[in-house]
Design a protein. Structure first.
Length: 237
């Protein structure tokens, strides 16, 4: 079974937990998807499955080779295709298998990948969160970048200098978002927190690569007083 799915961001809303606490969630129209290609260690060097999002696509929007692949395996045309790595315990995955939102359960941790909103040409204050100068009268240094290069050596601007430039429209991965609810009938997935990109933008969701571990004071485990714990280890009262 492929532990990943494609979808579209619907928007943000609020959900209420069992204790009445308000939880900000992002709704994602996840799937339905279909496996369009299978890669194996024998032929490709690794185990993976290519998954396509099933949606209405005009035939003219696809190239002739793409249409030929879909027709060969009797698959619906898909414009968005992404590849998910397979683990040893994922079972036998074949071309044509459906991938639905129920691959995830509540309280699972997922990584969400999307393209962030484009902000155009932005200054260094907005782009890199520089403080700038004083806003008082007579300062004459408010939102200017200041000195950016060295003097005698190396007498040039070093690569990677943080400055004004194009902001956004880049691939962003948000890790370890917790699944709040799964609606299999409506193909809706609600994850806690924010997801990159605009409403209606494509997102791809995969099982968290490094989910939070059950450690002290984290991921729902009980909090331990470090002072009492140190005394217990040393045998002091």
């Amino acid at each position: 079974m492929v532990k990943g799915i494609l979808g579209k961001k619907v928007g943000m809303t609020d959900a209420y937990g069992a204790d009445g606490a308000v939880v900000p969630v992002t709704l994602i129209q996840a799937g339905p998807c279909v496996v369009t290609q299978r890669k194996t260690a024998a032929s490709d060097g690794y185990e993976a499955a290519q998954v396509g999002l099933i949606e209405f696509v005009k035939p003219s929007r696809l190239s002739k080779p793409e249409r030929g692949v879909f027709e060969k395996h009797d698959l619906p045309p898909c414009r968005l295709l992404r590849e998910f790595r397979l683990q040893p315990g994922d079972g036998d995955v074949k071309i044509g298998d459906r991938v639905l939102v129920d691959v995830f359960q509540e309280r699972d941790y997922v990584d969400v990948v999307a393209v962030s909103k484009g902000r155009g040409f932005a200054g260094f204050v907005k782009r890199h969160h520089f403080g700038g100068g004083a806003a008082t009268h007579g300062s004459m240094f408010h939102r200017a970048p200041g000195s950016i290069g060295a003097s005698a050596f190396p007498s040039r601007v070093l690569k990677g200098m943080r400055a004004a430039g194009h902001m956004g429209a880049a691939r962003v991965t948000v890790r370890n978002l917790r699944v709040v609810t799964v609606d299999a009938e409506s193909n809706l997935l609600a994850v806690k927190g924010a997801v990159p990109g605009p409403n209606g933008g494509y997102v791809w969701i995969r099982a968290a690569l490094q989910p939070p571990r059950q450690r002290r004071g984290h991921a729902g485990s009980t909090t331990v007083d470090p002072l009492k714990a140190s005394k217990k280890r040393t045998g002091k009262k």
